[in-house]
Each structure stands twice: as structure tokens, then as C-alpha cells.
Design a protein around this ligand. Sequence first.
Ligand SMILES: [Zn+2]
Ligand SMILES: [Zn+2]
Length: 131
Amino acid sequence: MQALGTKRSRQRERILQVLKRTTSHPTAEWVYEQVRQQIPHVSLGTVYRNLHILTAQAKIRELDFGEGLHRYDATVEQHYHFVCNQCGVVRDLAVPPQNDLNDRMRDMVPGNIAAHRLDFYGICSDCLGKI
Ligand SMILES: [Zn+2]
Ligand SMILES: [Zn+2]
């Protein structure tokens, strides 16, 4: 039982490291392909399960940009994203969180505000270069 617990936490640690090494906000399938190179017998279900646990532990963030799939981000501090409508790339924006936005919205929100998310959509510079 002890060995099984150790194995499980080692798999979870590998998954976390894979996410910390990338800024591409990958899908579970991408994470699975990376982890499989280090742990060949790992299953996609195991990767999904561990991604959910890491999300619940607030060690990673689960993102949904309306693509019908989830992406994962090891940067848990509040930050904004730019999403390319053409190639789907997701980039972090080096913009400080607009904390005054929470104050400005206070009277318009039916409850207490803990945080907000801002996602910007458009065409990335790489795709613009190809037009
Ligand atoms: Zn693009
Ligand atoms: Zn991000």
C-alpha cells in the first residue's frame, strides 16, 4: 500500500513538472504524451485523474477557452491570457492584475467578488505574418 501511494505521488509530481516546464497551456492529451516518455505504462485516465487532483490542490489551473477541451496552466497566480482564434495558441500577458476592476464591479455583482478572469481573443503575430 505504501509503495502504491509513493508511485501515485511520483506520477503526480512528473505531471506537475511537465506543466511547469511549458508555457503552452497544454491539453491533457499533450501532457499524457510527455509523461509517457518518462513513465511508459501511464494511462490517459491516470493523467486526467492527477490533473483534477492538482487542480483541486490549487497547484495548477484548469482553463476553458470555449474550445470544447480543457487546458492546464502551472502558473496559478492571477494573470491574463491572449488566445489566437486562428491557431489556438494561448499566451500569458505580462499585465499586472487589474485589482481595481473588482472594486468597480462590486455594486453590480450579486455577491462578494474573490477574483476575476480576463481572456483576450484575436489573431497572434505569427498568424498575422502568414496572411
Ligand atoms: Zn495564431
Ligand atoms: Zn497562463
